[in-house]
Design a protein around this ligand. Structure first.
Ligand SMILES: Nc1nc2c(ncn2[C@@H]2O[C@H](COP(=O)(O)OP(=O)(O)OP(=O)(O)O)[C@@H](O)[C@H]2O)c(=O)[nH]1
Length: 840
C-alpha cells in the first residue's frame, strides 16, 4: 500500500482521528489534519513511539516489532492419577515488520496503543511468521514431547494468512511462546502449557473442533509419556521456544522465566506461590496432583517446597533459616550524618542503698520541669535534659533488669551508676553489681549515697570498693566517685556531670535520619491498649506508623507515648518511648527495628517464634556439663563458666577456690558469679548471659530462677558434698564423665503449721506443692532455699493414718527423724538418686 491519509489510517487502525493525531503528534509527526498524508515512514515512527511508550524495547532491533501477550487458563488431566491441574498459559507473540511490507491495520482497544498497530503490521508479518514458525517447528520436532508445541506453532502460522485483517486477539492466541518478560506467573509451568495452549484457545472460542481433538490427542500422549516425559517435554519446550525465538527475531529468547525461588526452612503455601508469582491455588493444585492436600495457610517444609518449585519449572534455592532475617536486617541502612546521643544509664546497688530514691529524685527534679502537671508515668525508662544533651535512665533499678537484658544479648546501658550507701558500705549486691558491669564492659560511676546521714563514711566505701578493683580517680584509678543524697538532692548535678564525662569518652553516636532501632526495656499486656512495650531507641528515629519487628513480635506502630504520658509522633536516639501496635509482648532485652516491609516483618517474626524453640533445645544440649567440652572446637579456648551459690560463706570460698584450681592450660574454669543464699532469677540470667552452668551447693533455685532455667534450658546442678561437686566438674573437663548418680527431687512439701507433741517431737502440717512426698525416701529441710537439714522421715500421715506417699495438692503431717526445728515456711524436699547415663 502506498500513501494514505490520516483519516484512512485511522479507519484502518480503528481509532478516532483526533486521538490518532494526538498520538502522531506525541510521536513527533507533523500531521495536523485528517487529510494529511501518512507515509510508511510515518507509520513506522508512530509504531516505534507507541512501542516505546508501552514499555517495549526501543533499540534498533526492536524498532519494527511488536509483542502481544495473552493469558489463558485451562485444566488438564495430570498424570495417571486422573487429577486435574489448572494451567495458565501466557502466550506471547512478536511480530516483526518487514521493510517492504505495507502495514495493515485494524484493532480496537483504546488503551493498547501498540496493539492497534499490530494489526496493522500483522498482515505484513504473516509470511515471515509462517516461515519462522516452521523453523521453530523443525527444531521442536527434535523432541517428541514437544509435539503439542509444534502444532500450536503451526496453527499460529496459519492463523495470520487466513485472515489478513485479523483482530488482535486472534493473533494473540497464535503463539504459545512460553517466554514472558513482565508477567511472571505460571511460566515455569511450561509443559502443561503445551497441551493447554490449544485447549485454552478453544475455550476462548477461537478454535475449531479439530483443535480440541488435537488437544485431546496431546493429552493422551502426555498421559502415556508419564511424568518423565513430561519433564523432558517441559525442558524441550523451553529449548525449542528459545531457538525458534532466535529465528523469529523475537524480542527475547523465548525461554520461560525460570525463577530462582529462595525457600526458607519452612514456608506457607501462600508465600511460596507469591515467590513464584502465581496464585496460591495453583500451588495447592500442583501439590494435590503430587498427592499432598494442603491449604493456603499451611506451612510446608523446605524439601516439599523445593519439589513444588521444581515441578513448577523454577529453580529452588534453599536458604538458611536466618537468611530472610539477615536479608531484612541488611536491607536497613543506618548511614547518614551522625550526632552525639545521650548516654543511657542503669542504676545498680545493694538493697536499700537508695537506687529507687535516686531515680525518683532525678525524675521529679528533672523530667517534670516545665511540663504541665509534671506527672510522670512509669514506662521503664525516662529521659532528663541537662546542660550537656541529656541522660536517659532505665527506670528499673537492679541487677535483674540489667542481666535480663544482657542475657538476651542486648547492650542497652552505656553507663552504670553504682549506688553505695555511705553508712552501710560495700555489700554483697554491690559486689555483684561490680561483677555485672565489668562482665558487660560498661563503665561505672559510683554514687556514694545517703551522704546526709550522720553515720556516712564515704572513705570506707572508697576503700572497700578498691578491694574489688573499683578505684577512685583521687586514688589514681579511673572511676568517678560522687557524693550524693537522694533525699536532699545534694550532689545530683555533679552525678549527672560525671555521667556526661564518662559518656563523652564513649563517643556515643547515632544517625537520627535512619530507621529506628534499639532495645525493648519492658513490655506488658494492657487491658485497654493491648501489648505495650517500652523501647529505647538506640539509633535512628522511631515514628508512628512504622513497621516494627521486636523480638518474636511485629506490628505497625499505632501510638507512641513518652514518660509524661504524652503522645508523640517520633522518638529519636536514646529516647525511651512506649509503643502500641505490636502483636505480642516482646521480652526485655529483645531488639527492635523498623523494617520496610510488613510481610517480611511477619515472616521474620514467625520464623523467630519457630526458631525460638529450637534454639532453646539446642542450648539445653550445649549447656549440659557433659556436653560442654565435647562441643568446644579445638581452636576455641575452652572455658567453663560457673555461677555458684552456696549456703554459707565458708563452703562458697572453699568451692570457688577448688573450682578455679581445676583450670588447666586447655580448660579454664571461671566462677563468673558467686554468693551466699538461694539461686535467684538474677543468677539464672547471669548464667544465661555468660553461658554458665549454675551450681547450687546446699541451696535451691527460687521460682523465678527455675522459670528462667527451665525456659532457657540452662544446666542447674545441686550438690551437698564438696568433693562430689569438684569431682564431677573435673571429670567433665577431662571428658570422662562417668554414668553418674544424680539427685532428682521427687516432691516438695511446704510447712504450713508445726505441732509439737511430747513423745514424737515436732510434726509439720504440710501441703505438698510439687510431685509426691514418699515415706521412705531421703529428705532435706530447706529454709529460704538453703538446705538446713538432710535426713529421712520419721512419719508421714494423712489425718491419722500412716501412708506411704502423699501427692501434690494434698495436706499431710510430716515428722522428720532426729530433727525438731522445723518451722512454718520451711520446705521439705524429697529426693531420689537416679543413675544418669552420660550422653555425649
Ligand atoms: N537519709 C537518706 N535516706 C535515703 C537516701 N536515699 C535513700 N534513702 C532511704 O533509704 C531507704 C531505701 O531506699 P530505696 O530507694 O528504696 O533503696 P533501693 O536501693 O531502691 O532499695 P530496693 O528497691 O529495696 O533495692 C528508703 O527509706 C529511703 O528513704 C539518702 O540519700 N539519704
Amino acid at each position: 500500500m502506498s500513501e494514505m491519509t490520516v483519516k484512512d489510517f485511522a479507519v484502518k487502525v480503528g481509532r478516532d482521528v483526533p486521538r490518532l493525531l494526538e498520538q502522531m503528534k506525541e510521536a513527533g509527526l507533523g500531521q495536523k489534519a485528517e487529510n494529511d498524508a501518512v507515509s510508511e515512514e510515518d507509520k513506522r515512527q508512530l509504531l516505534d513511539y507507541l512501542t516505546k511508550s508501552h514499555g517495549g524495547s526501543a533499540g534498533a532491533g526492536a524498532k519494527n516489532r511488536i509483542t502481544l501477550t495473552r493469558k489463558t487458563r485451562s485444566r488438564i488431566k495430570s498424570g495417571d492419577r486422573g487429577k486435574s491441574i489448572e494451567v495458565q498459559v501466557r502466550k506471547k507473540r512478536t511480530y516483526v515488520k518487514r521493510e517492504e511490507e505495507k502495514p495493515a491495520e485494524e484493532p480496537k482497544a483504546q488503551d493498547h496503543g501498540p496493539r492497534q498497530l499490530v494489526g496493522d503490521m500483522a498482515e505484513a508479518e504473516a509470511k515471515r511468521e509462517a516461515e519462522a514458525a516452521e523453523e521453530a517447528k523443525r527444531r521442536a520436532a527434535e523432541e517428541s514431547a514437544r509435539q503439542a508445541a509444534e502444532k500450536v506453532e503451526a496453527e499460529k502460522a496459519q492463523a495470520v494468512p487466513t485472515e489478513p485483517e485479523i483482530p488482535v486477539p486472534e493473533l494473540e492466541t497464535a503463539a504459545p511462546s512460553p517466554e514472558e518478560a513482565p508477567a511472571p506467573p505460571k511460566e515455569g509451568r511450561a509443559e502443561p502449557r503445551r497441551a493447554a495452549v490449544k485447549k485454552a484457545s478453544g475455550k476462548a472460542g477461537k478454535k475449531g473442533r479439530d483443535d480440541r481433538d488435537d488437544d485431546r490427542g496431546d493429552r493422551e500422549e502426555r498421559r502415556r509419556g508419564g511424568k518423565k516425559a513430561k519433564r523432558a517435554e517441559r525442558r524441550g519446550g523451553r529449548r525449542g521456544g528459545s531457538q525458534g525465538g532466535g529465528k523469529h527475531g523475537f524480542q527475547k529468547p523465548t525461554q520461560p522465566i525460570v525463577r530462582e525461588v529462595s525457600i526458607p526452612e519452612s514456608i506457607s503455601v501462600a508465600d511460596l506461590a507469591d515467590k513464584m508469582s502465581i496464585k496460591a491455588n495453583e500451588v495447592i493444585k500442583a501439590m494435590f496432583t503430587m498427592g499432598a492436600a494442603v491449604t493456603i495457610n499451611q506451612t510446608i517444609d523446605q524439601d516439599t517446597a523445593a519439589i513444588v518449585v521444581e515441578e513448577m519449572g523454577h529453580k529452588p534455592k534453599l536458604v538458611k533459616d536466618d537468611a530472610l532475617e539477615t536479608e531484612v536486617l541488611e536491607a536497613i541502612s543506618y548511614e547518614g550524618d551522625e550526632i552525639t546521643r545521650s548516654p543511657v544509664v542503669t542504676v545498680m546497688g545493694h538493697v536499700d542503698h537508695g537506687k529507687t530514691s535516686l531515680l525518683d529524685y532525678i525524675r521529679r527534679a528533672k523530667v517534670a520541669t516545665g511540663e504541665a502537671g509534671g506527672i510522670t508515668q512509669h514506662i521503664g525508662a525516662y529521659h532528663v535534659e541537662d546542660d550537656h544533651g541529656g541522660v536517659t535512665f532505665l527506670d528499673t533499678p537492679g541487677h535483674a533488669a540489667f542481666t535480663a537484658m544482657r542475657a538476651r544479648g542486648a547492650k542497652a546501658t552505656d553507663v552504670v551508676v553504682l549506688v553505695v550507701a555511705a553508712d552501710d558500705g560495700v555489700m554483697p549486691q554491690t559486689i555483684e553489681a561490680v561483677e555485672h558491669s565489668k562482665a558487660a564492659g560498661v563503665p561505672m560511676v559510683v554514687a556514694v549515697n545517703k551522704i546526709d546521714k550522720s553515720g556516712a563514711d564515704p572513705d570506707r566505701v572508697k576503700n572497700e570498693l578498691s578491694q574489688h578493683g573499683v578505684i577512685s580517680e583521687e586514688w589514681g584509678g579511673d572511676t568517678q566517685f560522687v557524693h550524693v543524697s537522694a533525699k536532699s538532692g545534694e550532689g545530683i548535678e555533679t552525678l549527672l556531670e560525671a555521667i556526661q564525662l564518662v559518656s563523652e569518652v564513649l563517643e556515643l553516636k547515632a544517625v537520627p535520619e535512619a530507621p529506628g532501632k534499639g532495645v525493648v526495656v519492658e513490655s506488658r499486656l494492657d487491658k485497654g491498649r493491648g501489648p505495650v512495650a517500652t523501647v529505647l531507641v538506640q539509633n535512628g528515629t522511631l515514628k508512628k506508623g512504622d513497621i516494627v519487628l521486636a523480638g518474636l513480635h511485629y506490628g505497625r506502630v499505632r501510638a507512641l507515648t513518652n514518660e509524661l504520658g504524652k503522645q508523640v509522633d517520633e522518638a529519636g536516639p536514646s529516647m525511651p518511648v512506649e509503643v502500641q501496635g505490636l502483636d505480642g509482648t516482646p521480652e526485655a532485652g529483645d531488639d527492635f527495628m523498623v523494617v520496610a516491609d510488613d510481610k517480611k516483618a511477619r515472616e521474620v517474626a514467625n520464623f523467630r517464634q519457630g526458631k525460638y524453640r529450637e534454639v532453646r533445645l539446642a542450648r539445653q544440649q550445649k549447656a549440659k556439663l557433659e556436653n560442654m567440652f565435647s562441643q568446644m572446637g579445638q581452636e576455641e579456648a575452652a572455658k567453663l563458666n560457673i555461677v555458684l551459690k552456696a549456703d554459707v560463706q565458708g563452703s562458697l570460698e572453699a568451692i570457688k577456690g577448688a573450682l578455679e584450681e581445676l583450670s588447666t592450660d586447655e580448660v579454664q574454669v571461671s566462677v563468673v558469679s558467686s554468693g551466699v543464699g538461694g539461686i535467684t532469677g538474677t543468677d539464672a540470667n547471669l548464667a544465661l548471659a555468660s553461658e554458665a552452668i549454675v551450681i547450687g551447693f546446699n541451696v535451691r533455685a527460687d521460682a523465678a530462677a527455675r522459670e528462667i532455667i527451665e525456659r532457657e534450658g540452662l544446666e542447674l546442678r545441686y550438690y551437698s558434698v564438696i568433693y562430689q561437686l569438684i569431682d564431677e566438674v573435673k571429670q567433665a573437663m577431662s571428658g570422662m564423665l562417668e554414668p553418674e548418680w544424680k539427685e532428682e527431687i521427687v516432691g516438695v512439701a511446704e510447712v504450713r503449721d508445726v505441732f509439737r507433741a511430747p513423745k514424737i517431737g515436732a510434726v509439720a502440717g504440710c501441703m505438698v506443692v510439687e510431685g509426691t512426698v514418699h515415706r521412705h525416701k531421703k529428705i532435706r529441710v530447706l529454709r529460704e532455699n538453703v538446705v538446713i537439714y538432710e535426713g529421712e522421715l520419721e512419719s508421714l500421715r494423712r489425718y491419722k493414718d500412716d501412708v506411704q506417699e502423699v501427692r501434690n495438692g494434698m495436706e499431710c503431717g510430716i515428722g522428720v527423724k532426729n530433727y525438731n526445728d522445723v518451722q512454718v515456711g520451711d520446705k521439705i524436699e524429697v529426693f531420689d538418686q537416679v543413675k544418669v547415663e552420660r550422653t555425649l
